[in-house]
Design a protein around this ligand. Sequence first.
Ligand code: ATP
Length: 270
Amino acid sequence: SKAKLFDEKMDVKTSFKDVAGLEGAKEEVQEIVDFLKNPEKYTSLGGKIPKGALLVGPPGTGKTLLARAVAGEAKVPFFSLSGSDFVEMFVGVGASRVRDLFKQAKEKSPSIIFIDEIDAIGRARGKSNFSGSNDERENTLNQLLTEMDGFGTNTNVIVVAATNRADVLDKALMRAGRFDRQIYVDLPDVRERKEIFEVHLRPLKKDDSLDTDFLAKQTPGFSGADIANVCNEAALIAARKEKKHVGKQDFLDAVDRIVGGLEKKNKIIT
Ligand code: ATP
């Protein structure tokens, strides 16, 4: 069976309301929404619409979520793929896959292409730590650069890429007319964690005693993904106890469980 090259979502339901915190990043990507919705407004004075933006930040901070929200807000199709899939699944055909992807996105323009883990293909050339697949990766990267350079001024496809390793990226990616905008997506502070809890508590049957200020204070260092995980875990813990509502203790147990998991993960790394 043929591995799927990319996901194509025509009707994205995610909006900025689903993205808690990240005020600065949301403000910056709002500009991309405007470019996609009203390109003529921006090109009327001779300016060129940017082709790419790079979202930079730790894992689980909402980069993918934010990119989807841009597509949802602009009401444009969302084409997405992961850089690591290219290295692991599409050996020998990376460049032609990139060509197909851009062809599709141009046919459906205005549209967004989202490339998660771009560092897997965009690592500085000649500095790869994989020995065998180096030429392959470089061909894929070169094709990506060629496609971006080849966009006409009226193509109206914007490429959003995400990485947690901007430092290893090939500088050619950041050149003017490519990913020349970098947007930082950081771990949430206590106020932002409270907002993220509010988003992920929405679908739960919870008891009235739940205090999001308290939960935010109990979770320093947690990413948005960790918090989503806590909320889900708490609901499962409460259900296992045959409870009718998710309560404070279920959250504390869930936090303990996630902290345990994070500690294990860190131990493996070091
Ligand atoms: P990675 O670098 O691991 O790909 P990412 O930065 O792309 O991570 P997402 O995949 O967007 O992170 O986040 C995973 C999930 O965590 C989201 O689907 C969402 O449920 C939750 N989440 C993360 N950040 C936020 C946020 N700011 N607001 C609400 N939910 C969030």
